[in-house]
Design a protein around this ligand. Structure first.
Ligand code: CP
Ligand code: NVA
Length: 307
């Protein structure tokens, strides 16, 4: 079967563990190297990655591009608006055609079901680079970062506060796979997807839902925030108003464990979902987290290619 990387719940815990182990090892092996040097053995020598973007990106675009080069391959960036997709060519035909040219395809799409349809039609591995429903590559980088900073994921308590969005859903999918507890604090209206919560609980995931940020954060080892207004959200004003009480402040961090880490996938809005004192403070891991997109995704691409 083709190894697509669409959502974390679809992979075995052992596969996800192996991907993170590979990411840690490969990062250590090239410590201090110029960023354009190819990894020992050029594991994806000659491979071409196509990247389709229906929405903006800074990190995903750059980290996948640098990553495939470090593995010995190369990339092509396709902005969906410049493709025939925009003129009505079907997702399926696009996937069938691109599969004849390239070895792997990353796609960032508005609609998650488009990514599923794309993968169904593709004859090469497809990687989800963010949809309205999930962002699995981000969570692999986030978990790698926590491990690097000495946190054992099994039994850890992670708190998500604010909007129960796509990034939150991927944390929900990861909870049963890595054995951490996920405490989620959101207003009712922005609660996480019920199907995701149910799915994770069926897999013995420990997902706890709260109405306030304070209750979610209490005793947490890690506090996680994301933008209150995701790409594609049209109700910005209401969101900013309703989610204001879920901002991560120093006072909120004080409710977590002493020295609790802070994560944010970026881009961040200082003064909205997080205060500068927190995101620029000593327990913030956000730039390691951004760097680790590179290392985690290299391991994901190797898993997809079976190399
Ligand atoms: N965190 C993240 O996916 O960033 P970009 O939107 O810049 O790719
Ligand atoms: N939740 C955000 C994440 C951006 C990387 C969004 O979907 O816009």
């Amino acid at each position: 079967a083709i190894r697509h990387f669409l959502d974390l719940w679809q992979l075995e815990a052992s596969e996800l563990r192996a991907i993170l182990d590979e990411a840690h090892a490969a990062k250590r092996a090239r410590d201090g190297w110029p960023k354009g040097l190819v990894d020992e053995g050029a594991p994806l020598d000659g491979h071409i990655l196509a990247m389709i973007f229906e929405k903006s990106s800074t990190r995903t675009r750059t980290s996948f591009d640098v990553g495939i080069r470090q593995l010995g391959g190369s990339s092509i960036v396709l902005n969906a608006g410049d493709m025939q997709l925009g003129r009505g060519e079907s997702i399926g035909d696009t996937a069938r055609v691109l599969s004849r040219y390239v070895d792997m395809i990353m796609i960032r799409a508005n609609d998650h079901t488009d990514v599923e349809d794309f993968a169904d039609a593709a004859t090469v591995p497809v990687i989800n680079g963010l949809t309205d429903r999930s962002h699995p590559c981000q969570i692999m980088a986030d978990l790698m970062t926590l491990e690097e900073h000495g946190l054992e994921l099994k039994g850890a308590r992670l708190a998500w506060v604010g909007d129960g969005n796509n990034v939150c859903s991927s944390f929900i999918h990861a909870a049963p796979k890595f054995g951490f507890t996920l405490a989620i604090g959101t207003p009712d209206r922005y609660a996480p997807d019920e199907d995701d919560v149910e799915l994770a609980r069926e897999m013995q995931g420990r997902i706890e839902l709260f109405d306030t940020a304070e209750d979610a954060v209490e005793g947490a080892d890690v506090v996680i925030a994301d933008t209150f207004v995701s790409m594609g959200d049209v109700d910005a004003e209401e969101r900013l108003e309703e989610l204001e009480a879920y901002a991560v402040t120093e006072e909120l961090m004080d409710l977590a464990q002493t020295g609790a880490k802070f994560l944010h996938c970026l881009p961040a809005h200082r003064g909205e979902e997080v205060d500068s004192e927190v995101i620029d403070g000593p327990n913030s891991l956000v730039f390691d987290e951004a760097e680790n997109r590179l290392h985690a995704q290299k391991a994901i691409m190797r898993w997809c290619a079976g190399k």
